[in-house]
Design a protein around this ligand. Structure first.
Ligand SMILES: *Cc1c(COP(=O)(O)O)cnc(C)c1O
Length: 386
């Protein structure tokens, strides 16, 4: 099919799918159909709008119940959640951390906040997440295992941690990644910022490693305005996470005493109130997103030039952002230009971390898949219409 004709046909399809014959269609807008206003008003009436209040605990309980995590600690955003998860996992300055180059900047930045250095390892083309094969291959070639720890042959530094990310809500091969890492004494901290509602088997993403994190930024599947969450089954780490994100204040009715350098990272009550109302709609959101993904899949099934990404087998994805792969960069860029000029907001994937100024000298594995995908990926409008 002629390229331009195909893109116009796709724009028509997207407008029909999102029931928007004209005007702009955002990539992903938040939806408030529940008790958001009621809970927010309650916060204001009670004056508990800040770091103390019933909604923070309630929101944490709702996330535990939904994900099956034993513990959840709410933070101001996903980046701070990842920063603290890494910090309390035992990471030290100058450690090295294995992660994917195909991720949002927060992953690499949170690693850097701890004084550690990211090393970029390739992703799989079907999951868009860290590839256990590439990881194992890189470790075999570049590390040595000694006294229960892995060390970088080139720098001599401790490779303490691995941070896989579930891209756009598609679960990566997390069980294999955990197995490769546990054989080498490497902690896994999961960046599940995009995958609330995504499961591998019956287990929620973010619960396979030592700790996991979620994000509730405005464009995520559920929003608190800004917000994040650390999830874990480890009670001791959960207690430490709570302590360190609340300025490490020793509990007392009136005294101000702090027993370590803590952070003011606690999620405010007013944000948690929004989160509680949003979580009450979560199952509806997931159902609606699955329907949209099915419609996209049916549409693209008949178009040879475009591949629609489906949830990897054995997993259940939240279909946060629907994703297609075009034939080459040129095709992708024409698609981007024409859709956006017609007010249908599509987006390319992030520039690879190893191509950014701050990370361009970091060590990398072979990045064949990441380089290939970065030129071809396009995200389609994925918001739900309820
Ligand atoms: C959204 C996101 C985060 C956290 O972002 P915040 O905006 O700080 O909540 C972290 N990692 C990834 C991959 C993300 O998409």
């Amino acid at each position: 099919m002629n390229n331009k004709k195909l893109i116009f046909k796709t724009i028509d399809f997207i407008r029909e799918l999102h029931k928007k014959p004209s005007g702009s269609i955002p990539l992903h807008a938040p939806v408030f159909i529940g008790k958001e206003r009621e809970y927010l008003n309650e916060c204001i009436d009670s004056t508990f709008v800040s770091s103390v209040g019933k909604y923070v605990d309630k929101f944490e309980d709702m996330i535990c119940e939904f994900t099956g995590a034993k513990r959840a600690i709410a933070t101001v955003n996903g980046t701070s959640a990842l920063h603290i998860a890494l910090k309390i996992s035992g990471i030290k300055a100058n450690d090295e951390v294995l992660t994917q180059p195909l991720t949002f900047i927060a992953t690499a930045n949170a690693i850097s906040y701890t004084g550690a250095h990211p090393i970029f390892i390739d992703v799989d083309c079907d999951t868009l997440g860290l590839s256990p094969k590439s990881l194992e291959h890189w470790l075999n070639e570049n590390s040595v295992y000694k006294d229960g720890k892995s060390f970088n042959l080139k720098t001599g530094n401790h490779i303490s941690t691995c941070v896989p990310m579930h891209t756009f809500g598609f679960p990566c091969r997390i069980e294999e990644i955990v197995s490769v890492c546990s054989e080498r004494g490497i902690n896994v901290i999961e960046d599940a910022a995009e995958s609330l509602g995504s499961f591998v088997g019956r287990k929620h993403t973010g619960l396979f490693g030592k700790l996991g994190i979620l994000s509730f930024n405005g464009n995520k599947i559920v929003t608190t305005g800004g917000g994040g969450m650390i999830i874990t089954d480890d009670n001791e780490l959960a207690d430490l996470a709570k302590h360190i994100t609340t300025t490490a204040k020793v509990p007392h009715l009136w005294e101000y005493r702090h027993d370590m350098i803590g952070y003011n990272y606690r999620m405010p009550n007013i944000n948690a109130a929004l989160g509680c109302a949003q979580m009450e709609s979560m199952c509806e959101f997931l159902k609606a997103k699955r329907l949209i993904a099915e419609r996209y899949f049916e549409y693209f099934k008949h178009i040879n030039e475009i591949r629609f990404i489906k949830e990897p087998s054995g997993t259940r994805a939240n279909y946060w952002l629907n994703t297609i792969i075009l034939e080459d960069k040129n095709e992708r860029d024409v698609f981007l230009k024409m859709t956006n000029e017609n007010k249908v907001n599509t987006r390319p994937i992030w520039t690879l971390m190893n191509q950014l100024e701050m990370y361009k000298n970091n060590q990398c594995g072979e990045l064949t898949n990441s380089n290939w995908l970065e030129k071809r990926i396009l995200n389609l409008p994925s918001g739900v219409n309820l």
